[in-house]
Write a protein that binds this ligand. Structure first.
Ligand code: ZN
Length: 53
């Protein structure tokens, strides 16, 4: 599960501290094609987007 910030529509891991209250997502948006599209530090533990899915 992921969370989209209602402030800037950035996508985060559900447990991310940065996102605060947001919109739950069951999958990543189609616009997200690489980890570069996920700038938050909560994604740093992944080496590539393949590991996220
Ligand atoms: Zn985050």
């Amino acid at each position: 599960m992921y969370t989209m910030s209602s402030d800037d529509f950035s996508v985060h891991l559900r447990e991310c501290d940065e996102v605060g209250s947001g919109i739950p997502l069951t999958s990543l948006p189609d616009e997200v094609t690489s980890l570069d599209d996920l700038p938050c530090a909560c994604w740093d533990k992944f080496e590539s987007l393949d590991e996220v899915e």
